[in-house]
Design a protein around this ligand. Structure first.
Ligand code: TRP
Length: 503
């Protein structure tokens, strides 16, 4: 059975796929927005520290866990631990939940790409503002479901092709293309008047408060929790994705080097996305003020420049309102940049979505193999995608809380504010997966590796193919730093989501 499981075609193919999984909406949308909300430079610094001491360690842990057992998430935990064997389930459940909103957002990207494409084709036609477009899109639930479906069909076709024949192939073309497009967008963004303010916000310590982007510096614990949650999500950790990808990796590959490359590449792309998005958003806000825009609410004027700094507007409007306006303000070439940008985000979303789907698919394929059967991949992928379509339809119809399916606002009205998630389905799904299951999974994993099966079990695996002297660092981080960091992040997340006021 084992030889039929499939494997990566080459190490570079694996790397591109793993980087593809890591680089996603989390980098291009989440990172700039969370950085804005958390005061710029401080966030960046904490993020980098966490990536080295926690992200890199867990990345190595997950890849070696997968490769050692040659199994997907559930199988991997089950074959190593008595006490923690059920964590595997947490790590199949979370990707499935993430896909409920990931595919809807992917659908939005397709819709915006088409909109810009038609603006390009019909130059001179009346052009709507980002806010109008976004509103029109959300209040058209049928359209949202159709674009979500389209996104899932694309993923289905890729996952169906298998690990090397589908996932690896897509990333080998997609990742280099994404990089080139990102560079083009950065050049355009940085040459907008006022862009430098945005750059200073990102890289000058204390500038966010001094220049009035945010009123006061956010609390350290809040920044830590935000940066931690973001780091996990962005690196595709604690959700079985890297265990699954590692299980298809050959024994002679260097896990230390591979982990370092994935973490560095993902962090570079996140920073680059910040440089592409933040200065453009700030420039747009400044241009509006110079044009005499009055600040009525958070959607205009300088507050507009701070969409990302202002927690009120959250993420989606940055990507689909502010940036769309940035492209439209560029005149005739604007739609061209719009097409490039939304295509870039779409590729990033697809390459991550296929890794999330693969976690679930691998579980079913492994289970078939355990029963001595050869799983039928196209059939498994189809059923997984259909199940995702069902939950995604709820999120798509909800339209970020604008439509009928919104049960959260009535709930909130009758019971009072029970948390930050309770205004739309997307937030609820996000809280469930990113907010709670992910830090919890990572905490349990580090406890299992650090204290039950002992770091040595994984180090033996890591040393096949790597002579790096990381034993002491790995064990120490796994035993102490990671659990402590995870506990802090978990408490911080629960605290912010439920307004408990612990920190
Ligand atoms: N890393 C992706 C992003 O930044 C999201 C993602 C893909 C993910 N696969 C994952 C998150 C597995 C957690 C686990 O958008």
């Amino acid at each position: 059975m084992e030889q039929n499981r499939g494997s990566w075609g080459s190490n570079i193919g694996f790397l591109l796929a793993a980087i593809g999984s890591a680089v996603g909406l989390g980098n291009i949308w989440g990172f700039p927005y969370k950085m804005g909300k958390s005061g710029g430079f401080t966030f960046l610094l904490i993020y980098l520290l966490l990536a080295v001491f926690v992200g890199f360690i867990i990345m190595m842990g997950e890849l070696s866990l997968g490769r050692k057992t040659g199994k997907g998430t559930v199988g991997a935990y089950r074959s190593l631990s008595k006490r923690f064997k059920w964590i595997g389930w947490l790590a199949v459940f979370s990707p499935f939940v993430i896909m409920s909103f990931y595919s809807v957002l992917g659908g939005y990207c397709i819709e915006y790409m088409s909109l810009n494409l038609s603006n390009l084709a019909f130059a001179g036609a009346e052009i709507k503002t980002g806010a109008d477009l976004f509103g029109a899109m959300l209040t058209n639930p049928f359209g949202c479901v159709m674009f979500t479906l389209l996104f899932l069909v694309i993923c289905y076709l890729i996952n169906r092709g298998g690990v090397s024949g589908g996932i690896e192939k897509f990333n080998k073309v997609g990742m280099p293309a994404l990089f080139v497009m990102l560079v083009i967008i950065i050049i355009r963004s940085l040459t907008l008047p006022g862009a430098m303010e945005g750059l200073k916000f990102m890289f000058v310590p204390g500038y966010a408060v001094k220049a009035g982007f945010i009123k006061e510096a956010p609390k350290f614990a809040t920044v830590l929790a935000t940066a931690g949650g973001q780091m996990f999500f962005s690196l595709s950790l604690a959700m079985g994705a890297m265990i699954t990808y590692g299980s298809y990796l050959s024994k002679q590959e260097d896990l230390v080097k591979n982990s370092a490359i994935i973490v560095i590449a993902d962090t570079i792309v996140a920073t680059m996305a910040g440089i592409a998005v933040i200065p453009a958003a700030v420039a747009n806000g400044i241009a509006q003020i110079n044009a005499g825009a009055t600040v009525i609410d958070a959607v205009t004027g300088l507050e507009r420049a701070m969409t990302f700094a202002d927690i009120k507007l959250g993420g989606p409007s940055l990507l689909f309102v502010t940036l769309q306006d940035v492209f439209q303000a560029m005149g005739t070439v604007g739609p061209l940049f719009g097409v490039i940008f939304y295509l870039l985000v779409l590729i990033a979303a697809i390459s991550s979505a296929i890794s999330l789907i693969e976690v679930v698919v691998t579980y079913f394929m492994d289970r078939a193999a355990e029963k001595g059967k050869q799983g039928n991949r196209p059939k498994v992928v189809l059923w997984v995608c259909l199940a995702i379509l069902v939950e995604a339809t709820v999120v798509a119809l909800d339209g970020l809380g604008t439509n009928v399916l919104n049960i959260w606002v009535p709930l909130q009205n009758s019971f009072g504010v029970i948390g930050e998630f309770n205004d739309c389905w997307l937030d609820f799904m996000d809280t469930l997966s990113e907010g709670i299951a992910m830090p919890l999974g990572a905490l349990l994993m580090s406890l299992m590796v650090g204290w039950e099966i002992k770091p040595k079990t994984l180090l033996d695996e890591i040393h096949q193919g790597s002579a790096a002297k990381i034993d002491g660092f790995f064990s120490f981080c796994m035993k102490f730093i990671v659990p402590l960091g995870m506990l802090l992040i978990l408490v911080g997340q629960v605290d912010t989501f439920f307004h408990l006021g612990i920190f």
